[in-house]
Design a protein around this ligand. Structure first.
Ligand SMILES: [Zn+2]
Ligand SMILES: [Zn+2]
Length: 364
């Protein structure tokens, strides 16, 4: 191809635009036309075929979690490789891929220490819709593509895998970070999408008794479907006393906090046996206080662990295998479906918890 032709072509390409959900300030989001990204060295661009909205996106929309105005938000991408940058090997344009919400570089000190989510520093692995443009768009630029493109087995649909990018990876990690052993008892505080996946994770890890805590009847029913043996409504009973009773007075081996409030954190501590592990997934604001009595004045051998969504293509591959071999089915959580064009309606429904919504599928 002649240089002139090449230049003409790239000039045309530069004007190519796509639809994207752009954050302009608190409660100001909308679909805008923005340029389709071009991959640089080590990067890829994927055409999004399915994505979803996360509770974190709602925090961004409300201005509770700060991002730069002008940013495209969303961090749960399933798509098809549209263009590969230089240096990305083993992939072809057209490959179907899942990309985790967290995109580690795989090369920095934090990554090489096994803390992929903390790539380059605290929370550094979370880039999409946080520090770089995100997935609620027609196309998405994937940084560190070699470490982050997970090929989707042909047998699996987009719907079966989209929730692996974030909530499943995060939720399941609670039991993993707690080193939950076969036969352990577990309590999971809050059964929103992440709590439901935490419940599924406790079941996958082999918990003997899983106690969910949730007041919403739709979510309580879903908790049973995902693996909870008992679901306690905190409006109807003394949850701490009831969990103590259900565990023969001992308390649970693992208490998972999946909401991010002082009350749930504290109750998770109160139901823990001596030597037990509090595994925290919630995002807290303000101050978090530890009451000394259930903490045995600091002498109870308790562990408190936290986890940000594990990402990277190897994490995604393992989760894909779980779905492929029918150990994990997240499709019941995809309760509603919207076109990208109507995504602000989807945000409304999701933020207001209307119509029994769990997660919304967003398609182009
Ligand atoms: Zn998220
Ligand atoms: Zn890194």
């Amino acid at each position: 191809m002649s240089t002139v032709l090449q230049e003409e072509r790239s000039a045309v390409r530069q004007t190519e635009t796509m639809r994207a959900l752009v954050f302009r300030g608190p409660n100001q989001i909308g679909i805008e036309r923005v340029p389709i990204p071009k991959p640089g060295v080590g990067e890829a661009v994927i055409r999004i075929t399915l994505t979803t909205i996360c509770g974190t996106d709602v925090h961004i929309l409300k201005g509770e979690y700060k991002v730069q105005p002008g940013l495209v938000i969303g961090h749960e991408p399933v798509g098809v490789i549209h263009e590969l940058g230089e240096g990305v090997t083993g992939y072809r344009v057209g490959d179907r891929v899942l990309v985790g919400a967290i995109t580690p570089c795989g090369q920095c000190i934090d990554c090489l220490s096994g803390h992929w989510s903390q790539c380059g520093g605290p929370i550094g692995g979370w880039r999409f819709g946080n520090t770089i443009n995100g997935a609620q768009a027609d196309y998405l630029l994937v940084p560190h593509a070699q470490a982050n493109l997970a090929k989707i087995p042909d047998e699996l649909s987009d719907e079966q895998v989209v929730l692996l990018a974030d909530i499943a990876s995060t939720g399941i990690s609670a039991a993993e970070s707690a080193d939950l052993r076969i036969g352990d008892t577990a309590a999971v505080f809050a059964q929103g999408p992440i709590g439901l996946c935490a419940t599924a994770g406790a079941r996958l890890k082999g918990a003997s008794l899983i106690i969910g805590v949730e007041s919403d009847p739709v979510r309580a029913a879903m908790a049973k479907r995902m693996g909870a043996d008992v679901v306690l409504n905190f409006n109807e009973c003394d949850v701490v006393a009831e969990i103590r009773r259900l565990t023969g007075g001992r308390g649970v081996d693992v208490a998972i906090e999946a909401l991010g409030t002082q009350a749930t954190f504290e109750n998770a501590l109160r139901v823990l046996k001596a030597g037990g592990t509090l595994s925290s997934l919630g995002v807290y604001s303000g101050k978090l206080a530890i009451p000394v009595e259930p903490f045995a004045a600091g002498l109870g051998d308790h562990k408190i662990v936290t986890t940000l969504c594990p990402g990277g293509k190897e994490r995604m591959r393992r989760l894909l295998e779980l779905v492929l071999h029918k150990k994990l089915d997240l499709t019941p959580l995809l309760t509603h479906r919207f076109k990208l064009e109507k995504i602000t309606d989807a945000y409304k429904l999701f933020a207001e918890h209307r119509d029994g919504v769990m997660k919304v599928a967003i398609e182009p």
